[in-house]
Design a protein around this ligand. Structure first.
Ligand SMILES: *Cc1c(COP(=O)(O)O)cnc(C)c1O
Length: 527
């Protein structure tokens, strides 16, 4: 590859480089793409249950009107009993799951069960605008309870947590940056802290012309097994840092914050009570006894979650924003200057009589539809129901281990082990390692296999991108460059989510083959 081409490529984001590598590798008959974080498994239970909600919903609709393909609205009165009867006659595993959900509602919810079931059925049918637009009423409680069970490690915060379901974590991120900016909580030239390496958009968005923020890195590295050193958090004491963005467990580092780090953050926030924290915890369920940043500093933390990874649901686009009823984002809005207040009052008075009182989370909803379409804002109701059903698969097995979650952890774990084993590359078996991605330092691997002189040669003569392009072209294996995520040169991200387990041995083999090739060239050159 020539220098100019190389420089152009290096300007691209990690996912765009990945696209080029795929094009290079696709022609190879041994094509293997381990770049994708998309899981290659799905949750079947919730999906089948969704079908039964729709099926019953159609029967219900036909009760009120039934002509050819046209049916009426559902009726709420008595729907709980009718749904129970429908499920009892179905007598399959899916109906059994839904009956268990109904039993769960009966013991856990003190609301009229007809209302709750009507929300589910109407939601699945999707014949009404999402109302309330932020989130359906009972659904919010189910989603908050799910968050408590998978991310809060028992902390009793569900009742004070408000939720806005979004089109995946992707939309959550876009909406958050947008509303932070619209509400003047972050401004051009403001400093924001980022725990890096990190999922690329958190590095790329703040640098865009629209935002122009100054990034301060809290850096983790392989030497520390991708733990953020506790001292790094001290950087947050700088009062000019407005917000702290992190992915926890991290991507690509895959490491969750532990007790020590959470205690440190709590301590920092005591001195920086205004600090806004945005934590993306989509991999939380892959760590045993995971504990969210939100539990340590609930009033300072906005939480992002997505169903994409655990449930194999990237095509559904299911994510959410969660925020405590009392939070520093609302406070920061209250503390804005008179001028800023006036401007924002004007903005939001188009959709509410009390713009001053409009909460940050509701502002996010309004901003997500450019204010003017606030009345039709909100995530599609069938999507909300799919989230509810995924959540319920976990909530109804609280008494026993959740076999689905355990199995998904095992899949990731066995691929991680096979890959590291075959490469003879050190493993990090700490409980806080989600193992969703492996970061392999090719220079370290080269050193391990053929000595330091070769490793230095590799660094001097070949950019990491050469290695990846070569790997793609000659072996068909696609891996991602860690540099785009903010790692030092040489780190390569391998997703343990997307390929059949046995393929991880093949990937290791091909990496080793290519290194051997480079080593032969090194020996030739040394002659
Ligand atoms: C995969 C991923 C997401 C999920 O995004 P979706 O839009 O929900 O698919 C969010 N954040 C991080 C860090 C991710 O790796």
């Amino acid at each position: 590859m020539d220098k100019l081409q190389e420089e152009k490529i290096e300007k691209l984001g990690a996912f765009e480089i990945d696209e080029l590598l795929i094009q290079a590798a696709e022609k190879n008959k041994n094509f293997l793409n381990a770049g994708k974080g998309n899981p290659n498994w799905i949750n079947t239970k919730a999906r089948l249950a969704f079908c039964q909600l729709v099926e019953f919903g159609v029967i219900e609709s036909q009760r009120t009107y039934n002509q050819t393909d046209i049916a009426g609205d559902i009726a709420t009165a008595g729907i709980y009993e009718r749904f129970s009867a429908f499920l009892t006659t179905r007598d399959d595993e899916t109906a059994e799951f839904l009956l268990a959900c109904l039993a769960y509602f009966k013991t856990e919810f003190s609301v009229p069960l007809d209302d709750l079931v009507a929300e589910l059925i109407d939601g699945a049918i999707g014949n009404n605008y999402p109302t309330p637009n932020r989130v359906l009423k009972h659904s919010e409680k189910i989603l908050a309870t799910y968050l408590k069970e998978v991310l809060f490690n028992g902390a009793e915060l569900a009742n004070e947590t408000e939720i806005f379901p979004t089109e995946g974590g992707t939309a959550a991120m876009v909406y958050i940056f947008q509303s932070l900016k619209e509400n003047k909580l972050i401004r051009p030239d403001d400093k924001i802290a980022i725990s890096s390496p990190i999922f690329t958009p958190y590095l790329q968005i703040p640098e865009l012309h629209d935002y122009q923020m100054v990034e301060i890195d809290l850096q983790s590295s392989e030497e520390n097994n991708w733990e953020v050193p506790v001292e790094e958090f001290e950087k947050l004491l700088d009062p000019n840092i407005k917000a702290f963005f992190l992915v926890n467990p991290s991507n690509p580092g895959s490491k969750a914050l532990g007790e020590k780090e959470l205690a440190k953050i709590k301590q920092i926030v005591e001195k920086r009570p205004d600090l806004m924290i945005i934590t993306d915890e989509v991999y939380g369920s892959f760590v045993k006894n995971f504990q969210s940043v939100y539990t340590a500093v609930p009033h300072n933390t906005l939480l992002v979650y997505s169903y994409s990874k655990l449930f194999g649901a990237t095509g559904w686009r299911l994510g959410m924003i969660a925020l405590n009823q009392e939070n520093v984002f609302d406070q920061a809005i209250q503390n804005l200057s008179e001028n800023d207040h006036q401007e924002l009052t004007e903005r939001y008075s188009l959709v509410t009589l009390y713009p001053d009182k409009m909460k940050f989370i509701d502002r996010i909803v309004a901003d997500s539809r450019s204010i003017g379409l606030y009345h039709t804002a909100g995530l599609s109701t069938p999507q909300q129901m799919m989230m509810v059903l995924f959540s319920l698969t976990h909530l109804i097995c609280l008494e026993k281990p959740d076999r689905y979650i355990n199995e998904s952890k095992n899949i990731i774990q066995s691929r991680y082990e096979l890959l590291h084993d075959q490469l003879n590359y050190p493993m990090d078996n700490s409980e806080l390692n989600s193992k969703y991605y492996s970061l392999i330092d090719i220079y370290r691997l080269a050193d391990q296999l053929y000595g330091q002189e070769f490793s230095v040669y590799l660094k001097d003569y070949f950019e990491e991108i050469d290695f990846l392009v070569n790997l793609a072209e000659t072996t068909g294996v696609v891996l991602m460059d860690g540099v785009g995520f903010g790692t030092k040169a040489g780190e390569i991200r391998i997703s343990n989510a997307n390929l059949p387990t046995e393929d991880y041995a093949i990937i290791a083999e091909r990496i080793l083959e290519l290194l051997k090739d480079y080593h032969l060239r090194f020996l030739e050159a040394a002659k």
